[in-house]
Design a protein around this ligand. Structure first.
Ligand SMILES: NC(=O)c1ccc[n+]([C@@H]2O[C@H](COP(=O)([O-])OP(=O)(O)OC[C@H]3O[C@@H](n4cnc5c(N)ncnc54)[C@H](OP(=O)(O)O)[C@@H]3O)[C@@H](O)[C@H]2O)c1
Length: 170
């Protein structure tokens, strides 16, 4: 199920455009969903950076999973500055797994016509008072960003297509 979630979110909701060398950011990037999103993006020739919660996971993404870059969000007091460091030209595709402050920082760093697939909002699930998002204006002025949520169970019909792609790689 997490594998199909990665497949649907990346290929059906926010795929790279033909000929685009997309810059892709994935949060919770070492999780069941995020690690596959990063690998799918690499198959498609994208530049991929992930955020994770420990130095060990940063090394895992860079050395085992083929990510181009990774950072530990717990060691970044200014998430906006961290994203600017990893994406000096901005983000084309954001695969959202966590929400909250990271989403707010991502919105400031999206490129024009960027796409955000909302898979989940891990950082918000157990809060009594969810974080407010302050940078929604970036969806409009002037970035023209498309942000779309999805639920994997609406895509059961493409399960064979998903297996057809991933099984040879196993
Ligand atoms: N839309 C759908 O149909 C669908 C289906 C399945 C899953 N999902 C969603 O996809 C997302 C990823 O799921 P998963 O199965 O990959 O999760 P997972 O394998 O359980 O990985 C979760 C990771 O998220 C990170 N995390 C936990 N709390 C966090 C916080 N407060 N802020 C930032 N990161 C946090 C942790 O990694 P670090 O140590 O690196 O922070 C944790 O190991 C979730 O939001 C889940 O709800 C959606």
């Amino acid at each position: 199920m997490p594998g199909l979630t990665a497949y649907v979110g990346f290929f059906e909701i926010c795929p790279p455009k033909t000929g685009e060398h997309a810059h892709v950011f994935v949060s919770a990037a070492s999780g069941a969903v995020g690690q596959l999103v990063g690998q799918f993006a690499k198959f498609m020739g994208c530049h991929v950076v992930g955020s994770v919660g420990s130095r060990e996971k940063v090394e895992l993404l860079k050395n085992r999973l083929g990510f181009d870059g990774a950072f530990n969000y717990k060691e970044e007091p200014d998430l906006n500055a961290a994203l600017k460091r990893f994406f000096p030209e901005g983000i084309d595709i954001y695969f959202e797994n966590v929400g909250g402050k990271l989403l707010d920082a991502v919105l400031q760093n999206m490129r024009v016509n960027g796409r955000i697939a909302v898979s989940g909002l891990l950082s918000q699930y157990n809060l009594e008072q969810p974080d407010g998002i302050q940078n929604l204006m970036y969806l409009v002025f002037i970035r023209r960003i498309r942000m779309q949520g999805f639920v994997v169970f609406d895509y059961c019909s493409i399960y064979p297509k998903f297996l057809g792609m991933v099984l040879p790689y196993l």
